[in-house]
Design a protein around this ligand. Sequence first.
Ligand code: SAM
Length: 258
Amino acid sequence: MVMRTFDGGAGDVDHNAIGSTYAAYRRPDERIAQVIAEALGDARTVLNVGAGTGSYETAAHVITAVEPSPAMRVRRPAGLATAIDAVAEDLPFSDGQFDAAMTLFSVHQWSDAEAGLREMRRVTRGPVVVLTCDPARVRDFWLYEYAPDVLETEARRYPPLDRLAAALGGTTTLRSVPVPLDCTDGFNEAYYGRPELLLDPAARQACSAWSFVDDRARQAFDASLRRALGSGAWDEAFGHLRGRPSYDGSLVLLRATP
Ligand SMILES: C[S@@+](CC[C@H](N)C(=O)[O-])C[C@H]1O[C@@H](n2cnc3c(N)ncnc32)[C@H](O)[C@@H]1O
């Protein structure tokens, strides 16, 4: 059984808290959009599960959006499809109904990722595309030095990639998705070369990982990163990232065909 949260949403996050800054700080990035578009191929009908505010939905597809959180559904722009209130683990569609399906930055929040992906496979004739993070690589990011609890949480939340591939079945390809230096989609690694931006509490709020640590941990992070930036220690260790055009971190795209 899938647990719904007190506000009618699903997953392990309070989207009432996150939703207020999400659309402003998590704007779809055109270079990541291109990777997703390539993976979807020539699909016409596309299911978007955990669709949120509609990032990466384009007019090139006929989109069916599934989004359990009322706080996210209400923030979808007017031109996009109205999202259906459902969860990945129990999709209200018939077998093979869609040409393709995608789930982006979402699978780590589901109560049963494998069940959700089996459902996506069931209702999709062609590729199922999953944009997620590799938990084995999450701690490699410099943020681990300043906010270890945040990335420990992330490493625990993201399901191992082999489990996702097994649930999808068929043939799965995996590719690393480079994060551009000026990435507009503000997940933590998007700030790899712009550390000052992570000092903005609203930017952090748009990344659900930060909601799992308390105010003290957030203040400790703020103080230690400010100190390292002020003393030059951050630049000494990581300053080379300020000029790196893209970063191969933990962001990956799985594409599964039957
Ligand atoms: C970080 S947001 C990503 C939203 C959007 N895909 C994007 O790229 O901006 C994760 C979304 O997954 C949704 N979610 C959580 N649990 C879910 C579940 N079991 N089934 C479907 N969606 C779920 C949340 O409500 C939230 O909107």
